[in-house]
Structure formats: structure tokens, C-alpha cells
Design a protein around this ligand. Structure first.
Ligand SMILES: [Zn+2]
Length: 505
């Protein structure tokens, strides 16, 4: 089995990260963790897009050099992603030498393979500094970029290098229709197909005399256009063009936001076709986090501080809420009321309560040693088996919202099992065999739930797993172990409260 290589979009270094960035990163992280759980050899890349024009402006405002500014921003972003428990094993910055090498090598490769695909021409258009691209009439409303209604479009005229994107429409349609390049979810695929059917125009891929950027190979007057530069990060992080990059490339999954599908599902694969390189296998475009019905973004001025959101109930709770309530497919709303409600109902009263009572009863009635179960777990065991299968299907399809909903659903079922079997009555009545079976069934499914929840709430799962006294670490458990998980003899301890309610300890 080869490497499962997944990436997130790289972010502009022009302001602190917000909840919109966080949704993408924790969603991709949940996929990476799930893939490791399946046993895949995962390579997970995140990083920073540092050549944008807005860097020059932001650095000037802060009275520092662009270099000092991007160093500071990269540190800020990396710190947030660490707080949110992102498990990326690489972090690329587009100002790094390895990336500059990759960009130059890709351009030279296109020049060799398809020399007619690169040419020089004059260009005039309306440029959005928020998107860092020239906008077409359909992307402009009331004289402003649709994505950035508060920014002024800049009329720009210059002589640029162009990429013959128009030559690739049919090939891309073919790849998407056959599934060789999967664009998900379906609503995004349909948008991309419509875009391709309308026909493509060539794109400018350089800027004149921009001091902050990668020099265009063979032209001292021009720098590589920031988007053309940025997309190549996915390839340069594999070590391209050095030998061995093919062990990682092509990417199995690019996770991006729905606003940049044109770059990732049209321009990027066309660049790769021109260079005769393999295309990514899948692009997943998630929706936006909305705050009172509007997109969360810096320029729209509606951002809620990410730090405040993390501090409210902890990093795991925020990860859970973003993926369970906002979701990873369509737009979803973030409100403090819903965050608090989900925290209490799902995490404290359902998941946390189940773990706590199951372990406590095992400690009280069996000195913490998990007894061996009877031959048949009945309905409860069948519900658990059904969840295991459904969870795998949902997560394989990147349906994170469904995957995590299944975890809470089974935890609810397990709490009901506690009520049905009433172990405290069995203990009082000295019905030992029934008590053994009830506790064994319960702990087995609690252990399964802790594993299934780990991609979403990694540190709380780790705490719960450690209290289970299992025969191996959580990192060594695989999804395939769960159906016949044997918990007999595990030595459980009373766990710390996983999700304390506000105002209590
Ligand atoms: Zn824009």
C-alpha cells in the first residue's frame, strides 16, 4: 500500500487565523487521523502562502520587513494549529528554498514538455487583492469582487507571461467525468463541470517588477504570480524535482474551501497535465463557517477570535463542534448558544457521562478488572457492529458530520444499555454472571467509542483510553481490531472528568 498524501490549502500571511481556517484544518486532521486508524501510511501537509501582495502592505503597516512579517505570521498560525492538535507531519512555507526550487522546476518542465503553453502578452483587467486574481465580469457585483465586497478592485495593465489554460478544458472534463480526478462533494463537481463546459481562457502567471515573489525563470523583469506559485507547494513538499518525490506524489486528497475550486480543480490539474505529471486523485471543497449568516473572514470584519473559541470549552470541544454542527460539506452557522448546547448535551452528558459511569462501576464492583463477557451481547452488540460498519463508510466518504454523529448515537445507546441492565441492581442481588456480562459488554463498546471518537477529540480520547488500562496504546489500535475487541482483564481506573460542565469541576 502506498502513502496516503493529503493537504490543506495554505493560508495567506495577512492576519490571524479565524474559525473559517480552523474548520478546514481540523477537518483535514480528522481525515488524517482516521486514515492512520485504518492503517494507511499517512503524509499530511499544511503550510503558509507567503508571496501575496497583501504581505507587503501588512508588513508596511506593522513597520517590519516582509520577511519578518511572514516569519511572525507562520509562527502564529503554527501555534494555533498545535493548540487545535493538528497532526500534520510537514509544514511548508512558500518562501522556503525547497519550494522555490519546485516552482522553477515545474515551470522549466512545462517549457520543455509543452513549450507552446507558455507565452508573453499584454494584459488588462480588474484585480482583487483579496483573491489575488483578475476577476471576470461574472465574479463582480456592484463594482466589487463577490468574495470581497469591502475591497476596491484595482485596474491593472501590464505585460505578463501566460499559461495556455484554454487547451485543457476537454481533458479535464474527461478526467472528472471518469472519476480519474474526483471533485467532491457533488455540488462542487457540478460547478466545476459547468465552468469547464463554458470554456477556459488563458491565465496570466507572472507579475511585473513585484519585489516580493519568486523570479520568473529566464525573465528578470517578472515574478511568478502568487497563485501559480502557491499551488505548486503540494508538489514541492514531496521533494520534487529530486528523485523519490514519486513515492508521495500524486496527492490522494486536497482539502480546500469551496471558493478556490477553480484554482484546484482547473488551473492546478492543467498545470500538471502540461508538465506531464500525475493529477491529484481527489479534491474535497468544504463550505464556510458562518457567523450570523455571513462568511467568517478577516476582510468582512466579522471574525470571532479563534483563541476565545478554543478557551471556551477546550480544543477538543471546538473540534467536535465545528465538525458536528458546522459540518464539512455545506455552510454552517457558529453561535455560542449552539456551541454550549452541544458541549453539554453531546460531550458532557452523553459521551463523558458514559465513560465516567462505565469505568466507575467496573472499579466499584470488580476492582477495576474487566470480567469476561458471555457468548452473546444481544441487541446492544448488534448496534455496535452496525455503527462500526456505518462509521467506516461515512469516514471513507469524508462525511465527517455523519461519522461523529454515529459516535454520539452509539454512546446514547450505551447509556440506555446501562439503564436497561442496571448493574447496581445486579451487584446488590449478587447476580454475578449477569453483572460480568453487562460490565464486559459496556467496557468493550466504551473502548470502541473512544477509538472512533479519537479523530475528532484526540486528547480526550487519549485520556479515556489511558483510564481503560488496555493492553496497547491508542496509537497502535486499528479500525479492524474493533469488531472483535477483547477487553477481558483490562485494568480500568476512575477517569478524570473529560468534559466538566461550566461552573463545576
Ligand atoms: Zn476577491
Amino acid at each position: 500500500m502506498g502513502t496516503f498524501y493529503l493537504t490543506t490549502a495554505i493560508d495567506y500571511s495577512n492576519g490571524d487565523p479565524h474559525l473559517g481556517h480552523a474548520l478546514e484544518k481540523v477537518g483535514a486532521d480528522a481525515i488524517a487521523r482516521y486514515r492512520r486508524l485504518r492503517g494507511d501510511d499517512v503524509r499530511f501537509l499544511m503550510g503558509m502562502d507567503e508571496h501575496s501582495q497583501s504581505v507587503i502592505q501588512a508588513a508596511a503597516r506593522a513597520k517590519v520587513t516582509p520577511r519578518e512579517w511572514v516569519d511572525r505570521m507562520a509562527q502564529t498560525f503554527a501555534d494555533y494549529w498545535r493548540r487545535l492538535e493538528c497532526s500534520n507531519d510537514d509544514w511548508i512555507r512558500t518562501t522556503e528554498p525547497r519550494h522555490v526550487r519546485g516552482v522553477v522546476a515545474l515551470l522549466e518542465r512545462i517549457q520543455q514538455q509543452r513549450p507552446d503553453d507558455l507565452y508573453v502578452a499584454d494584459y488588462e483587467g480588474l484585480y482583487c487583492t483579496g483573491c489575488e486574481e483578475f476577476k471576470q465580469p461574472a465574479q463582480i457585483a456592484n463594482g466589487h469582487c463577490i468574495e470581497h465586497p469591502t475591497l476596491e478592485l484595482v485596474r491593472t495593465k501590464e505585460r505578463n507571461h501566460f499559461f495556455r489554460l484554454s487547451a485543457y478544458g476537454q481533458q479535464l472534463l474527461e478526467r472528472i467525468r471518469t472519476g480519474a480526478l474526483r471533485v467532491e462533494p457533488e455540488i462542487r463537481r457540478n460547478e466545476v463541470v459547468r465552468l469547464l463546459e463554458d470554456g477556459l481562457q488563458d491565465v496570466s502567471i507572472s507579475r511585473q517588477r513585484l519585489p516580493w515573489g519568486i523570479p520568473f525563470p529566464g525573465d528578470g523583469e517578472q515574478t511568478v504570480y502568487v497563485w501559480f506559485d502557491a499551488l505548486i507547494n503540494y508538489l514541492s513538499a514531496t521533494g520534487f524535482p529530486e528523485a523519490g518525490y514519486e513515492r508521495v506524489w500524486p496527492a490522494d486528497l486536497h482539502v480546500i474551501g469551496k471558493g478556490i475550486t477553480r484554482f484546484h480543480c482547473v488551473i492546478w490539474p492543467a498545470m500538471l497535465l502540461a508538465a506531464r505529471l500525475e493529477l491529484p486523485r481527489e479534491v474535497w471543497a468544504h463550505g464556510y463557517v458562518q457567523w450570523e449568516g455571513t462568511k467568517m473572514s478577516k476582510t468582512a470584519g466579522t471574525a470571532v477570535s479563534l483563541g476565545t473559541a478554543i478557551e471556551r470549552h477546550g480544543a477538543d470541544a471546538l473540534r467536535y463542534f465545528l465538525l458536528r454542527e458546522v459540518g464539512f460539506e455545506n455552510d454552517g452557522n457558529f453561535t455560542w448558544e449552539r456551541f454550549d448546547a452541544r458541549y453539554i448535551a453531546d460531550l458532557a452528558d452523553t459521551f463523558g457521562n458514559l465513560v465516567s459511569r462505565s469505568l466507575s462501576m467496573t472499579v466499584s464492583y470488580r476492582d477495576g478488572v474487566v470480567p469476561s463477557s458471555g457468548p452473546d451481547g444481544g441487541d446492544f452488540e448488534r448496534a455496535a457492529q452496525k455503527t462500526l460498519a456505518a462509521y467506516g463508510r461515512a469516514m471513507d466518504a469524508n462525511d465527517l458530520q455523519q461519522g461523529v454523529a454515529l459516535v454520539i448515537e452509539l454512546a446514547t445507546r450505551a447509556n440506555r444499555y446501562v439503564e436497561e441492565t442496571a448493574p447496581w441492581k445486579l451487584a446488590k442481588g449478587k447476580r454475578d454472571a449477569e453483572l460480568d456480562a453487562a460490565l464486559a459488554n459496556l467496557i468493550r463498546t466504551v473502548a470502541r467509542l473512544v477509538v472512533l471518537a479519537a479523530p475528532f477529540i484526540p486528547s480526550k480520547s487519549e485520556e479515556a483510553w489511558n483510564a481503560l488500562g488496555a493492553d496497547r496504546t491508542l496509537a497502535r489500535v486499528r479500525l479492524g481490531d474493533l469488531a472483535n475487541l477483547n477487553v477481558t482483564g483490562w485494568k480500568v481506573a476512575k477517569p478524570p472528568p473529560l468534559f466538566p460542565k461550566p461552573g463545576t469541576d
